[in-house]
Design a protein around this ligand. Structure first.
Ligand SMILES: C[S@@+](CC[C@H](N)C(=O)[O-])C[C@H]1O[C@@H](n2cnc3c(N)ncnc32)[C@H](O)[C@@H]1O
Length: 277
């Protein structure tokens, strides 16, 4: 399957972007242990200038703006108008700005940033080598990168358990190649290293990080939530109403053993990636 960034721009400006904006509070809560780990790895300091790539609804941009204080600044860049609209509404600090920009090709202010940060926003480039080379131009010579991306979907219980449950009930899914843009495009550590090195970065480090993430307060809640966004919603896109009903029943059954305590949590597995410009 070949894709261009135009496909991703359409994707994140359509139903998916609107659903992310609608679920922002829950998504931020779910991602918070992973976010905190990524922000720790980034170690932003007062006075620094930060570029938050694929900033979405602005959660990490807002946190970074607090950390860099009024002497620093944060620019959140994203291609999704509905997600950026919410980000702008949420962020009131004077040291934060947002830009609707394709990070792969946008001409950011050259050598202006100390830190390039991303929470799950760098796996969607049609040509990641070019995208990282472009983003590096925005960093000072002393600049650094810190981002978090998903490891393989099979290592992510929050994806594996629901996907294995719904798969028998939905139409066959198009097979994404391991290098096609998508949430799991950076699962392979060798690929991340190759892309970063090709983009001109060095001192590249990858640390695996695991956490339990909240997917719902009740079984009903978790079933509804997982159908709304991410890999499960993609799998349900072309399903008939009957198939959707069967998939929801299978999802509920698969989640039942995990619902003995609330909130319901499942395992998540990510890479924390850092590098120097
Ligand atoms: C999985 S979401 C993560 C959003 C946000 N960082 C968060 O954690 O809530 C991926 C984000 O990357 C953005 N994105 C995808 N391709 C992009 C590109 N070429 N340039 C900038 N942003 C992009 C999407 O619009 C989306 O907001």
């Amino acid at each position: 399957m070949t894709q261009t960034n135009a496909d991703q721009i359409a994707y994140w400006n359509g139903d998916v972007g609107r659903r992310w904006a609608a679920q922002q509070t829950r998504l931020d809560a779910m991602l918070s242990p992973l976010s905190e780990a990524a922000l720790r790895a980034a170690a932003a300091k007062p006075g620094e200038h930060v570029l938050d790539i694929g900033c979405g609804c602005g959660d990490t941009s807002i946190k970074l703006a607090e950390t860099v204080t009024a002497t620093g600044r944060v620019l959140g860049a994203d291609i999704s108008a509905p997600m950026l609209a919410l980000a702008k509404k949420r962020a009131s600090a004077p040291n934060i700005a947002f830009s609707e920009a394709d990070a792969a090709s946008h001409r950011f202010e050259p050598h202006a940033f100390d830190l390039l940060f991303s929470r799950f926003g760098v796996m969607f480039f049609a040509n990641p080598d070019e995208a990282f080379a472009n983003m590096r131009q925005a960093l000072k010579q002393t600049g650094r990168v810190a981002f978090v991306c998903w490891r393989d979907w099979r290592e992510n219980e929050w994806v594996r358990v629901p996907i294995m449950a719904v798969r028998p009930h939905v139409p066959p899914q198009p097979q994404l190649g391991p290098e096609d843009p998508g949430p799991f495009a950076f699962a392979d550590p060798a690929r991340i290293r190759r892309i970063m090195a090709s983009g001109g970065f060095d001192a590249i480090t990858l640390k695996p990080f695991d956490a339990q993430v909240e997917i719902g307060n009740t079984l009903d809640d978790a079933v509804a939530y997982l159908q709304e966004f991410g890999p499960i919603s993609r799998a349900l896109t072309d399903a008939s109403p009957a198939q959707k009903q069967q998939a929801a029943a299978a999802l509920r059954e698969a989640l039942t053993p995990h619902a003995k305590t609330t909130p319901i949590k499942l395992g998540a597995a990510v890479w924390l990636v850092t590098a120097r410009a």
